[in-house]
Design a binder for this molecule. Structure first.
Ligand SMILES: Nc1ncnc2c1ncn2[C@@H]1O[C@H](COP(=O)(O)OP(=O)(O)OP(=O)(O)O)[C@@H](O)[C@H]1O
Length: 247
């Protein structure tokens, strides 16, 4: 079997008294799209930040294509592209300028026109970042994550807050990433069902179950992935803490 693209073993991270990631283990095979699905606060973002080398773990181990993302940060940055929630970008720069800025970080970047076409922003090339719609800004953040031809791409909550049409366009963009290994953080069941080969159900900083959507449904003896999530994690997806508080 090929070396996995990402190996996470017994990973731990806490913030003060809050345990965000608690003994989390998983493997992502090369070329697959792995979904990380969980309710608010389950530890998804912390997990991908640890995989990306943006934080140091308190315990356990992560490798990305055999490299340690914290110790070998410079090398990992060359093979990993990250799109994080609510990227902060310079408002006054245009789409083309931002794409060129990110391309300048890499020795053999993807051509600018190819990136713009991939995320359907060719017409917005001269539009300033501050004037983009939510969906356009999200698509730009994917283009920036792909600028260096990464072999591994992390996409965090890429469609949260978008309208149905913008979500479908975003999915079409992700479906074009056939060469790359993709980790997709989500709390939307329809999204992971459509895009992911396998899904890790994360609860309280641990992987509660991992498999293809069909395997998870079968294991849980459920009718669909929504029901499987409830059976395997004891939580209902889509009910955020805020929604529960409001109810
Ligand atoms: N920088 C931080 N400082 C303190 N606590 C944090 C920090 N980041 C996250 N946490 C806490 O760690 C836990 C896991 O958060 P994390 O953002 O990883 O979860 P998540 O599954 O990505 O949630 P969401 O879907 O809301 O983004 C939560 O209890 C959160 O409040």
């Amino acid at each position: 079997m090929n070396r996995p693209a990402i190996r996470v073993e017994n990973l731990r991270k806490r913030y003060g008294d809050t345990v965000a990631v608690d003994d989390l283990s998983l493997r992502v095979e090369q070329g697959e799209v792995l979904g990380i699905l969980g309710t608010n606060g389950a530890g998804k973002t912390t997990t991908v930040e640890l995989i990306a080398g943006l934080r140091a773990p308190d315990g356990g181990r992560v490798t990305v294509m055999g490299l340690d993302p914290w110790r070998d940060r410079a090398a990992v940055r060359q093979i990993l592209g990250v799109q994080l929630q609510e990227a902060q970008l310079h408002d006054a720069l245009t789409v083309a300028e931002l794409v060129d800025l990110y391309r300048s970080f890499y020795p053999a970047p993807r051509p600018r026109d190819e990136l713009l076409e991939l995320v359907e922003l060719t017409k917005q090339r001269d539009t300033r970042f501050s004037r983009l719609s939510g969906g356009q800004a999200q698509r730009l953040s994917i283009a920036l994550a792909l600028a260096g031809r990464p072999r591994v791409v992390i996409l965090d909550e890429l469609t949260t807050g978008l309208d149905p049409r913008a979500r479908r366009r975003m999915w079409a963009t992700v479906e074009q990433l056939t060469e790359e290994t993709v980790v997709l953080v989500s709390h939307a069941m329809d999204e992971v069902e459509r895009l992911c080969d396998r899904v890790a159900l994360v609860r309280a900083g641990r992987v509660a179950a991992l498999g293809t959507p069909a395997e998870l449904v079968r294991t849980a003896g459920a009718a669909d992935l929504d029901e499987a999530f409830l059976a395997l994690t004891g939580e209902r997806l889509g009910e955020s803490e805020e929604e529960e508080e409001a109810a």
